[in-house]
Ligand binder design. Structure first.
Ligand SMILES: [Zn+2]
Ligand SMILES: [Zn+2]
Length: 1019
């Protein structure tokens, strides 16, 4: 009776329906932060954004959420590389991030083994969640290395989670793992594991780090197929849900044999969320409904907790990435690396070939956006070579070399009509180039017979010849389908990481395009070469176009020259001169904004110097960029009146009259040698939001096509042969597409008569075509944009654009420019020597809090008359000696010369800021003026701040607003101190100017106090 009663009570307690929420990521590849260390900007993914999604799901569905990951966690980002190189004695920051998200289970990806087993287990030791794998076995014991699955309970439902990893691991990491572990083919391990999983769970999930299906990238004999996820639907005990990883694709809910498959995109850029409804019938759970969605994390705010906990690592990694390694003798770019030999790929291949002492070297161009210019930083090298591969050399025969090249040349596809495209089954990183051999890729011939005229050292290659070939460890295993070299004897392997060799080569001065002769391969015939060039959007070299084409007009444009104008003016003028001479056609020079403001001399002369330079260089028109409004409007108006050419602002109107302000033109019409060119200008509308109100007072900044309508209507009746828009609007492009403000503008302008847009404010050069409009951006002072108006033999007319790199150099002797530059240099030298103030004693950078830092922070606070001033220690680069302080000395303290901005923070944001400053295990990472922070360095991170008191003994009020002045980089999130996305108002002064102004105001000689903001409670 009692037993019966008890059973009845129990039954009543178990509800008869349940709702589960499974959340999954895969291929996070080291993105423990939401930051792009190459580009210094927020990364549209990463675990902090995943954490926010998970937190909100847990709030909405308490006790129902299960969080899973399908592998490739520990390798594949600069963040991961840093810790892989340095080793982590304690808690690995990537594992820390996973723990903070609160994962329930994960499996391993192939890349998790890249650093060998000891490194892997060191990292996993601190994981707060278990790893499951049903096909990884320890050798020689042949025992399971991980539990095959685990079961968690949610709402009384048993959720079983099993894991599988692609056996490709045994190919790619063979040397590290041989004799220590084995990955069993998935099809072989699945039946047993799935039967157990099914038995113990009401809802069965498999995490499989293996693509859904399709071919393998290696010879599968004795290994097992690479992408086997779909075969799980054929097993006799089928799982309910499979989370797929490895292939970096996106799988929206796909049902095969009753099994749901889902794969979120990599890097934490997407999260799969699976809602499962179940009902309990006669003691067993039945699945009523499985609903899957993929959530984009791009616009999700990163979790402040993760950001705060990882702030120290974040700073360390960014500083490491920014470390200058050497100088590039001239710009080196990868844009054309897959169509012709380029100095930057030759730099990589030759470094490897020489190091290994091999005759030949092979490798791909990983990233066509990679490049060097001026200072080469570690970030530039890691963009060029993003993998931690090591250098090896093998001995191969002539026959193997030929078959290697044939395999690589599959990269190009030619359809029956002769049209050339990229074979999308061959990733760009598998298109290997070989240095040391001369060969042609003949695209008239079928795949497998494309390599022609193959020779080494001037002698045709015979099948029985023997060569040594330097390559990376990944390729040496035959990865990428290069089966012909599997088993080739290894003649060099010292475990040297290739990125580190390249870094050393840069430091030795190797970033010089003239340092090594070009490799000797090419695509034939000429028509194929041109077609390939078009595929990559690379404009032909000036003389290679068809002889019958005539360039009738050539436009050359610059943008964003900023503070480099005096430095690059000579080189740019030479480039413009020679581009004009080479064409022998009429032309025009234009500037798309950002060229007045920025240079120290320019600012000292309030732009008078800059307008003289632009005039001397022969510009025909320019637009004011957003930065030009750093000056009071009066100054800008006066400067624009001093040039020989007009300043154009087609989208600007006077708020009072609705008309164009008198100092700006609506457009400029240029008639030259029978061609009429209309030039319009688009000034960035966000100028209004970014600049202080008084700088744009009385001006309306029109947005989009509508704002240009009036000017276009005025231009049209004159029937210009070419209509150009100078736009202070940028874009960013990857190898596939561009996105950004100028792209949206062009989409609106299709059919409006605009033929060409010169885009300013782009970080990198690009060229593209949107809605029939050619867009080209020089991407800063390192290049000019060239647009040719070409008459084709058929009588057609087309616009061809390209970006031409510019080498720095002096102005032509005797030119007007040379004269202007000479007087500027004299002015600059005397300014740099000018004494700003005198110091009573030296100011050193000793310890985490020092008087110099306090002074710089106070100077910032004063510059904006703000409540607070903030300076990161990382941006203070040297101390000051006692005695005279000159501009030149101040510039060594803050060499970045960053613009100062003001942001508004709530009291609680300010408290968060203080906590982030002291959150690092070491010591405060910044100086603050206008507040005193007491902190306990031994308290756990996130709880170190004891009190924050504002100047005048005011208590901090969480909801009150406070103004803070700092540099633009810090405001944008550099150093991880401030949340991204704050509205920053530019003050129109640089950090050095603010410091100079402040020092000048103090009683001389200056005797700075020792007051610092951050006071430890445990002295
Ligand atoms: Zn991956
Ligand atoms: Zn993988």
């Amino acid at each position: 009776m009692l037993a019966l009663l008890l059973a009845a009570t129990l039954a009543a307690q178990v509800p008869d329906s349940a709702h589960l929420v499974l959340v999954a990521t895969t291929d996070v590849h080291g993105h423990a932060t939401a930051w792009d260390y190459l580009e210094h900007r927020p990364f549209p993914g990463g675990l902090p954004r995943v954490a926010t999604v998970v937190d909100s799901l847990r709030r909405r569905h308490p006790g129902q959420v299960v969080v899973l990951d399908a592998g490739d966690l520990l390798q594949g980002s600069p963040f991961a590389s840093f810790y892989a190189r340095r080793g982590v004695p304690g808690l690995h920051p990537i594992i820390e991030a996973m723990n903070l998200v609160g994962y329930d289970a994960a499996t391993l990806g192939n890349h998790d083994f890249d650093r060998g087993l000891p490194a892997l287990f060191d990292a996993l030791r601190n994981a707060a969640y278990p790893y499951v794998s049903a096909n990884i076995r320890a050798e020689p014991s042949d025992t399971p290395m991980f539990p095959p699955y685990r079961v968690v309970q949610r709402e009384g439902v048993r959720v079983g989670i099993a894991g599988f990893t692609t056996p490709g691991v045994m190919v790619w990491d063979r040397d590290r793992l041989r004799g220590k572990m084995r990955v069993v083919p998935i099809a072989q391990a699945a039946p047993g594991a799935l039967a157990g999983l099914r038995r113990e769970s009401d809802f069965a999930v498999v995490l499989v780090h293996s693509g859904l299906g399709g071919g393998s990238s290696y010879d599968t004999t004795g290994i097992g197929i690479e992408n086997a996820a779909a075969t799980l639907a054929e097993a006799s005990s089928r799982p309910d849900l499979v989370v797929v990883g490895h292939s970096h694709r996106e799988i929206r809910d796909t049902v095969i044999g009753g099994v749901h498959f889902v794969q979120p995109r990599p890097y934490g850029g997407q999260v799969a969320v699976v809602h499962v409804d179940l009902a309990r019938k006669r003691g067993t759970w039945q699945i009523l409904r499985v609903r899957t969605e993929l959530l984009d994390t791009r616009s999700v705010t990163p979790s402040p907790l993760l950001e705060q906990r990882l702030a120290g690592s974040h700073d360390t990694v960014q500083a490491w990435m920014d470390q200058p390694l050497g100088l590039a003798a001239a710009p080196m770019r990868s844009t054309a690396a897959r169509m012709q030999p380029t100095p930057i790929t030759d730099f990589v291949l030759e470094t490897a070939r020489r190091r290994a002492g091999a005759q030949l070297a092979s490798g791909p161009a990983y990233d066509l956006q990679a490049g060097f210019s001026d200072t080469v930083r570690r970030a530039d090298v890691l963009r060029l070579y993003p993998f931690d591969n090591t250098l090896r050399a093998i001995r191969i025969s002539g026959a193997q070399l030929r078959s290697y090249l044939e395999w690589s040349a599959r990269y190009f596809r030619v359809d029956p009509a002769g049209r050339i495209s990229i074979n999308d089954s061959v990733p760009g990183y598998d298109f290997d180039l070989v240095r040391g051999a001369r060969y042609q890729i003949d695209l008239r011939r079928p795949v497998g017979d494309r390599i022609q005229r193959l020779s080494v050292g001037g002698r045709p290659v015979a099948p029985g010849d023997s060569f040594t070939l330097a390559l990376n460890s990944h390729r040496q295993t035959g990865a990428g389908g290069y089966a012909m070299i599997r088993g080739a004897p290894v003649v060099y392997d010292k475990g040297e990481a290739i990125p580190e060799l390249l870094e050393a080569e840069v430091a030795r001065g190797g970033a010089d395009p003239a340092a090594r002769p070009p490799s000797e391969w090419g695509i034939v015939p000429e028509v194929a070469r041109v077609a390939v060039r078009n595929l990559f959007g690379v404009a032909p070299p000036p003389l290679a176009r068809s002889a019958a084409d005539t360039v009738t007009f050539r436009l050359v444009a610059t943008a964003d020259l900023h503070e480099e104008l005096p430095v690059v003016a000579g080189g740019i003028e030479r480039a413009m001169d020679s581009l004009g001479a080479e064409c022998g056609c009429p032309g025009v020079r234009l500037d798309a904004g950002g060229s007045l403001q920025g240079s120290p001399v320019g600012e000292a002369t309030a732009g008078r110097a800059a307008v003289k330079l632009l005039d001397a260089m022969g510009y025909a028109a320019a637009i004011p960029g957003e930065r030009e409004f750093d000056w009071p409007l009066d100054t800008l108006r006066r400067r624009t009146g001093e040039t020989r050419f007009p300043w154009i602002g087609s989208n600007l109107t006077d708020t009072a009259t609705g008309r164009r302000p008198a100092w700006l033109a609506s457009y400029r019409m240029i008639d030259t040698a029978g061609i009429r060119i209309a030039v319009l200008g688009y000034v960035a509308p966000e100028t209004k939001a970014v600049q202080p109100a008084e700088r744009t007072a009385g001006l309306r900044f029109g947005v989009g096509e509508l704002a240009l309508h009036q000017a276009l209507t005025e231009v049209r009746p004159a029937r210009p042969g070419l209509t150009v828009l100078l736009a202070d609007a940028g874009a960013t492009c990857d190898s596939i597409a561009c996105e950004g403000e100028v792209v949206r503008l062009a989409e609106q302008l299709g059919g409006s008569g605009v033929d060409l847009i010169i885009a300013g404010r782009s970080q990198r050069p690009f060229q593209t075509r949107v809605a029939g409009i050619a867009i080209v951006a020089p991407g800063g002072p390192g290049a000019v944009a060239v647009a040719d108006l070409v008459k084709t033999p058929a009588g057609g007319r087309e616009i061809r654009v390209r970006v031409e790199p510019v080498a720095a150099g002096p102005a032509r002797p005797g030119s007007e420019l040379a004269g202007v530059l000479r007087s500027l240099n004299q002015l600059g030298d005397s300014m740099e020597r000018r004494v700003v103030a005198r110091l009573k004693r030296p100011l050193d950078r000793a310890g985490p809090q020092f008087a110099l830092g306090a002074l710089l922070a106070e100077a910032r606070r004063n510059a904006g008359r703000a409540d607070l001033g903030l300076v990161r220690n990382a941006s203070i680069r040297s101390g000051l000696p006692a005695g005279a302080v000159t501009w030149a000395l101040l510039r060594t303290v803050e060499p970045a010369g960053a613009a100062l901005v003001e942001v508004t923070l709530t009291g609680s944001q300010l408290r968060d800021l203080a906590e982030r400053v002291v959150g690092d295990s070491a010591a405060p990472s910044a100086h603050l003026a206008g507040a005193e922070v007491r902190y306990d360095p031994r308290a756990p991170r996130g709880r170190r701040t004891r009190s924050v008191e504002l100047a005048g003994e005011r208590k901090l009020k969480p909801r009150e607003s406070y103004t803070l002045v700092t540099d633009d980089a810090t405001a944008a999130g550099a150093g991880g101190l401030l949340p991204g996305g704050l509205a920053a108002v530019r003050l129109g002064v640089t950090e050095v100017e603010a410091t100079a102004a402040y020092l000048r105001r103090l009683p001389q000689p200056v005797e700075p106090g020792a007051a610092v903001a951050f006071q430890s409670t445990r002295p």
